[in-house]
Design a protein around this ligand. Structure first.
Ligand code: HPA
Ligand code: ZN
Length: 351
């Protein structure tokens, strides 16, 4: 695969904003339930006759003032309570995929949280059928490829994760892997050692949230105990230089979510975000939106705000976009085609 385009230095600095918006990219860290906009929450609440504890879209949006991960999760799970039918899941995912296409996302690996729905009596089949329909439509109508990654909620038990896996197995052809999300502190990766080992035996791809709020030890154990292939977030790795060296040496991707990190107070302001530091350390960092309806924007908003606030140039933009394709779980031949499109995009800006 190509390294930096030879004429990248010819891209004028004042074109950087347009470049990061226009360049092809992949999104590897998006919780589909976190793409549920307040307007759609209210629409679905009405359609499904679900009562919401907020009187209006504005009142709901005004509640999006988070102090940490848990304060967000409480509202995020309440928002997801309006999802009942296959059509609801399709509508939610379709809305996200259209936004992704508009941001020049060619490929998305989408997390979903089945336990948030099965706990309310919504069958796993309803969830996966609705999401799959949107994924299929994205390919045929938008030319966007998308895959699904089932996340286990780490505040629940490993036994419950095993039960969810059993429900999911008849649909194993519809998702490519498993992840681990929800409340990080107090729920270390090793709590899920056996269920991840089973998923590995089943040939599923493995990722986990680690080092968002949790310590570097959670990243080590996600790698060594769960044997994950990517780390979601991972920004706290910088507290452990030996860990940084290992992540760089092994080329383990970090799916960084800048706007999420600001909204959940992982960093006080974008100027303090460590994305540039991660790239300088040779880490395979990517930019992602996490829960775009809650955190202030989709992919291009994340790129726009990080590039406006941090010392990132066209080479960093190229590296981030290339990393997103290379760190994806797509076929190698497909990755080569995407990187070719990335090179063409940069060549247009250098011309
Ligand atoms: N972290 C952990 N769990 C989550 C997140 C997150 O940012 N978003 C949705 N579930
Ligand atoms: Zn996340």
């Amino acid at each position: 695969m190509s390294s930096l385009p030879a004429d990248i230095h010819r891209i004028p600095a004042d074109r950087l904003g347009a470049l990061v918006a226009a360049m092809p990219k992949a999104e590897l860290h998006i919780h589909i339930e976190g793409s549920l906009e307040p307007e759609l929450i209210f629409q679905l609440a009405q359609r499904n006759r679900v009562a919401l504890p907020y009187p209006s879209v504005e009142a709901l949006r005004a509640a999006y003032a988070f102090t940490d991960l848990q304060s967000f999760l409480d509202i995020y799970y309440a928002g997801a309570s309006v999802l009942l039918h296959e059509q609801d899941f399709e509508d939610m995912a379709w809305a996200y995929l259209q936004k992704a296409a508009a941001d020049n996302v060619l490929h998305a690996e989408i997390f979903f949280d089945p336990q948030t729905h099965t706990a309310r009596g919504v069958p796993f089949k309803t969830v996966i059928d609705g999401l799959s329909r949107a994924v299929d439509r994205a390919q045929s109508e938008l030319g966007v490829s998308a895959s699904l990654i089932l996340c286990f909620l780490r505040h629940l038990s490993e036994e419950e994760a095993f039960a969810t896996l059993e429900e999911a197995l008849p649909f194993q052809d519809r998702f490519i892997g498993v992840g681990l999300d929800s409340s990080e502190r107090g729920h270390p990766p090793e709590k899920f050692a056996r269920v991840f080992a089973r998923c590995r035996d089943l040939g599923l791809r493995l990722v986990a949230h680690a080092g968002e709020e949790g310590p570097p030890a959670y990243i080590w154990n996600a790698l060594d105990v769960l044997k994950v292939e990517r780390i979601d977030h991972g920004v706290r790795c910088v507290e452990d230089p030996t860990l940084v060296q290992r992540l760089a040496r092994e080329g383990i991707a970090l799916t960084v979510c800048p706007l999420s990190n600001i909204k959940l107070c992982v960093f006080p302001q974008m100027q303090q975000h460590n994305l540039a530091q991660l790239l300088d350390a040779g880490l395979k960092a990517t930019v992602n939106s996490d829960d775009p309806a809650y955190f202030g924007g989709y992919m291009n908003q994340n790129f726009a705000e990080t590039f406006a606030s941090l010392p990132l140039d066209a080479a960093a933009a190229y590296t981030l976009a290339r990393n997103s394709f290379e760190a994806s779980f797509a076929e190698r031949s497909q990755k080569v085609k995407w990187v070719d499109r990335l090179d063409e995009s940069f060549a247009r800006f250098a011309a």
